[in-house]
Design a protein around this ligand. Structure first.
Ligand code: ADP
Length: 634
């Protein structure tokens, strides 16, 4: 590898390596930043999902707790709330009798120990439509496991003795008080002895309820209730067993001033299991078992799934999610397009997922910008390296040309000098016979001409290069100049074994502003080349022609030699350039002749070009602009 190339490589690497390393580092940091942003976004989504899932759990638990607090009596149709009583109305109903006040609940129900369904809704002529609908629903096949939770013995022969008893007691007391207020003396008397039965609540676990069911005689449907107990158990709603919560529910009502005068009497103590969610086919219910003396009723509420999955979840999401992390509610089976999906609630709302959309796009085009800058940088570095490499190649070429030139010039100098010295010595020592003398003088003249031409060419090129030579352009007849030069060269041509040059000149003078010495250098160089390179075809001779073409005088020097290969026809005018050709390897030359010809032609405002001669050989053309015709005196 040449020193120039080594330098280029080192320089290129020195520039490219740190630049690319920096750029790569920058790109990597950009990518890392993007990854970090994505990770951060994912973290935010996970957090948002957990928050929403907790809110769903909390919301459902709050509903469950509220329903859990309801007293047993609410589920009876004629349970009379104190407010109604205070108004003195004849018929009072359970607080659950109307439209459920929580939109998530569609209806309340009770399954009596004998499996009959009871609702708290008013009896209307022909039956309450709500009551009919709920009874039909609870009677449906999916509700069988729920019905199987109730249990009872012979004592509760009518299936709802407990409820009925409580209702009767309550109703009677309320009615008596109401009548007494209206002035009914008998009622007033009865009211004196009226007692509001106060059931007390004994919280028990589902296990306890299950064992009660197992012991009830005769055991009813307990076999099918097993898995349902398990399902309810899994919800892990537990209270410390045996903790009595006597009067909690009633206390709410009894604190009203209107009822303060109703004495209370200790009623039965009932066992309440915790209220728990249960899925039955498509339905979700909240339910519990309340038992007393070997009989258990199932009480609970049917949830409105449409409301839960629609308006309720939407409101919950709107309340808890930030705008940029707001999910949609999607079927759990269709979350392929979500950046993150989490189930909404496994037990109560299975099959639904929070689907978080992909975040906002990465910071506007920062990566694209980085890539663009990188590519640009890469381009600049590549262009710089290419330019350096080109310069190095050029330097290499020039240095190779100079070396070739020096060796060519020294060789070109040595050959004639050796001949001159040898001939001179032989003459000095009288070694030359008189007959050989003319040949000797001829050789001496020839070699000294060759030597002086070489020196002239080198000097001329050097002068032109340094701008020391200024052409002296004067108008003159180019045809006459050319005739003179060809005449002068006639002997030289003859000595090289060529027939006389065929000279073709126009009849009219060809006036050109030229430097006669330069014109001579041009033509002598072209003739020299023809003699050198067409020596094998010397019999065909040389042709020198001058013609006027348009505003130019065109000089053509033609031979029948090997010609100049098309690919080299322009480069032969470069300094030191020689066609790399086997047959020319031993032809003396420096690669300066044609370069000088072109520079001199251009110095005249003209041009020198190489062509193939029709019929074979080389044709070198020199075009010089004609001098403007002198203004005729009028
Ligand atoms: P050189 O000292 O080598 O003759 P030139 O500048 O005069 O240098 O010519 C450049 C090259 O052009 C030559 O080396 C030769 O290969 C080619 N060339 C010039 N004239 C002719 C010609 N008449 N026929 C064939 N090749 C030529």
């Amino acid at each position: 590898m040449s020193p120039a190339r080594r330098r280029t490589l080192a320089l290129g690497l020195g520039v490219a390596a740190p630049t690319l390393a920096l750029a790569l580092g920058w790109l990597l940091s950009g990518l890392r930043e993007r990854d970090m942003l994505a990770e951060q976004r994912q973290g935010e989504l996970v957090q948002a999902a957990e928050l929403l899932r907790a809110a769903v759990r909390e919301g459902l638990e709050e509903l469950r707790r509220r329903e859990d607090a309801r007293p047993f009596e609410h589920y009876g149709r004629f349970y009379r709330p104190p407010e109604v009583l205070a108004l003195g109305e004849a018929v009072a109903l359970s607080p659950l009798a109307g439209e459920p006040d929580d939109p998530r609940i569609s209806a309340y129900f009770q399954i009596d120990p004998d499996g009959r369904v009871r609702t708290p809704y008013a009896l209307e002529p022909g039956g309450s439509p709500r009551a009919v609908a709920v009874e039909a629903l609870v009677a449906a096949a999916e509700f069988a496991p729920l019905r199987a939770l109730s249990f009872g013995d012979g004592r509760a022969s009518d299936g709802h003795a407990l409820t009925a008893t409580l209702n009767q007691l309550g109703n009677a007391a309320y009615l008596d008080i109401a009548e007494a207020r209206r002035g009914d003396a008998g009622a007033a008397e009865r009211a004196q002895t009226a007692r509001l039965p106060q059931t007390s609540r004994n919280v028990v676990s589902w296990d306890a309820i299950q064992s009660q069911q197992a012991q009830s005689a005769p055991p009813r449907q307990q076999a099918s209730a097993g898995p349902v107990f398990d399902a309810i158990q899994q919800q892990k709603v537990t209270y410390p067993e045996g903790q009595a919560q006597s009067g909690i529910a009633q206390g709410t009502y009894l604190s009203k001033p209107a009822l303060s005068d109703i004495p209370q009497e200790a009623g039965p103590s009932l066992d309440y299991s915790p209220m728990a969610y249960l899925r039955l086919g498509d339905a979700v219910v909240l339910q519990r078992v309340v038992s007393h003396a070997g009989a258990g009723s199932v009480q609970g509420a049917v949830l409105d799934r449409g409301q839960l999955e629609g308006a309720w979840l939407a409101a919950l999401v709107a309340r808890h999610a930030l705008p940029e992390t707001t999910p949609t509610i999607a079927p759990a089976s269709d979350v392929a397009g979500c950046a993150l999906a989490r189930p909404v609630h496994d037990e109560v709302l299975p099959g639904l997922a929070f689907c978080f959309p992909a975040g906002p796009p990465a910071p506007a085009g920062s990566l694209a910008l980085q890539l663009g800058v990188l590519l640009g940088l890469g381009g600049v570095v590549a262009a710089a390296i290419a330019a350096i490499a080109r310069a190095a190649r050029r330097a290499d070429e020039l240095s190779a040309q100079k070396t070739a030139f020096v060796s060519a010039v020294s060789h070109e100098l040595r050959t004639p000098l050796t001949t001159l010295r040898m001939h001179a010595e032989m003459l000095q020592e009288g070694l030359v016979t008189p007959e050989r003398l003319p040949v000797f003088y001829d050789d001496l003249a020839h070699e000294s001409v060759r030597l002086s031409r070489l020196v002239e060419n080198v000097l001329a090129v050097a002068q032109l290069e340094e701008g020391r030579r200024v052409l002296q352009l004067r108008p003159g007849d180019l045809a006459a100049q050319i005739r003179d030069i060809v005449d002068e060269q006639a002997r030289h041509v003859e000595r090289r074994g060529f027939p006389p040059v065929e000279l073709v000149l126009p009849d009219e003078p060809v006036v050109v502003r030229s430097d006669p010495q330069a014109v001579e250098q041009i033509l002598v160089n072209l003739l020299d080349n023809a003699l050198k390179y067409a020596a094998d075809a010397r019999a065909a001779g040389l042709r020198v022609a001058l013609a006027v073409e348009g505003a130019e005088a065109v000089l053509r020097v033609q031979d029948r030699g090997p010609g100049i290969p098309e690919a080299d026809r322009d480069r032969v005018f470069d300094r030191f350039y020689r066609v790399a050709r086997e047959r020319d390897a031993h032809t003396p030359g420096t690669g300066l002749g044609l370069a000088l010809v072109r520079e001199l032609a251009r110095g005249h405002g003209g041009e020198a070009t190489a062509h193939a001669r029709a019929g074979g050989g080389a044709e070198l053309q020199v075009r010089l602009p004609l001098a403007p015709a002198p203004a005729r005196p009028t």
